[in-house]
Design a protein around this ligand. Structure first.
Ligand code: NAD
Length: 333
């Protein structure tokens, strides 16, 4: 296959490196409108072709697929153009800047019979997949709630709020784990540093199953946290992505409630047992993700993170942002 990576800022070079190291492409083209970005790539990978104008990439009939890692505001227009030019597309998260744009991309991909995949990297990561396995086995019992923190100092974005920048990771992961979309969303937050661009947000989600979730995202926090707690009726789990080895811990802890025989005699007993940290695979999620996309392009298989997977995340982002901007009003889906 011949592929191109469009957008070589902070994230694009990671895509490029993984595709390069897979050795599965005949031609690999690196494209960015900024000559400095091109120069950096040329010095690191002298054998890779480069291009300043993405239109030349799309006009080249030998290019089969493009990876889009530009700012979110360009995802839809670039994606549409690429699909119409007959290319399969991989688009970084979030798939586009609105539900309407995502729906159009899905429709064009269908009409052109091309693969559309979104870069929800965490859905390919070993701890997230292990947690999915644990939840599916039922060992945590009924899921009561999830609480997630994704905070650090920076990187402030110029075109989107912290919700659009960081919450796609938590939303895609939580929806994947629970296998459902929220039916109610509310969010509070503020634009402390750049006016009009919220840099901290506290998002609440409610799901049809009865589970609730709280997602905290911030570019304004003294230390890096990537931590999710899942509390079930039987056990509890903590996923800390900043840990090197024991990223996932299952706590055999809980509370048992016995119905009272007479009024006022109810009993609560707290359980505390073993803490288990399951063994995790060690591959790089991005590598697995790139591989999956190339497989889908070759075989026509539906990507695990397809357009609809991107749509449910963008829908939730749009509503969370709307709630934040309307003072925290809860929105029903
Ligand atoms: N999966 C992840 O974990 C992850 C992590 C970080 C960023 N991202 C996503 O990656 C995307 C890019 O983010 P970033 O932080 O790298 O942004 P960035 O601003 O650092 O880089 C974007 C690059 O795109 C280039 N560009 C813009 N328009 C272009 C065009 N028309 N043609 C060619 N080049 C163009 C810019 O010159 C810039 O170099 C975003 O969607 C972001 O959400 C994903």
């Amino acid at each position: 296959m011949n592929v191109a990576v469009i957008g070589l800022g902070y994230w694009g070079p990671n895509l490029l490196r993984n595709i390069y190291e897979l050795h599965r492409t005949d031609r690999l083209i690196a494209c960015d409108l900024d000559p400095n970005k091109i120069q950096k790539i040329q010095s690191r990978y002298p054998a890779i072709e480069t291009e300043i104008d993405y239109r030349n990439v799309l006009a080249d009939p030998r290019v089969d697929a493009v990876f889009i890692a530009t700012p979110v505001s360009f995802h839809a227009s670039l994606g549409e153009e690429a699909l119409r030019a007959g290319k399969h597309i991989f688009v970084e998260k979030p798939l586009a800047a609105s539900v309407k744009e995502v729906e159009e991309l899905i429709e064009t991909a269908k009409t052109k019979n091309k693969i559309l995949m979104v870069g929800h990297t965490f859905e390919y990561s070993p701890p997230v997949l292990k947690i999915k396995e644990i939840l599916s086995s039922g060992q945590l019992g009924d899921i009561y709630y999830l609480s997630s923190s994704r905070v650090n100092l920076g990187l402030h974005q110029k075109d989107v709020s912290v919700i659009w920048d960081l919450a796609p990771h938590d939303f895609s992961t939580i929806f994947f784990w629970l296998d459902e979309e929220p039916n109610r969303i509310s969010a509070a937050g503020k634009d402390f540093v750049q006016k009009g661009i919220p840099d901290v947000a506290f998002i609440n989600l409610e799901f049809p199953s009865g589970a609730i979730a709280h997602v905290q995202v911030s570019w304004l926090s003294p230390s890096k946290l990537r931590r999710t707690t899942i509390v079930g009726s039987e056990k509890m789990l903590v996923y800390d992505d900043t840990e090197n080895i024991e990223k996932v811990k299952i706590y055999d802890k809980g509370v048992d409630y016995k119905d009272p025989e007479t009024f006022g005699e109810y009993q609560l007993s707290y359980r505390t047992g073993d803490v288990v940290s399951p063994k995790l695979d060690t591959y790089e999620p991005l590598r697995r993700e790139m591989e999956h996309f190339l497989n889908c392009c070759e075989t026509g298989e539906k990507p695990k993170t397809d357009g609809y997977n991107g749509l449910r995340v963008v829908k939730a982002l749009e509503l969370a942002e709307e709630s934040l901007r309307s003072g925290g009003r809860a929105i029903e889906l």
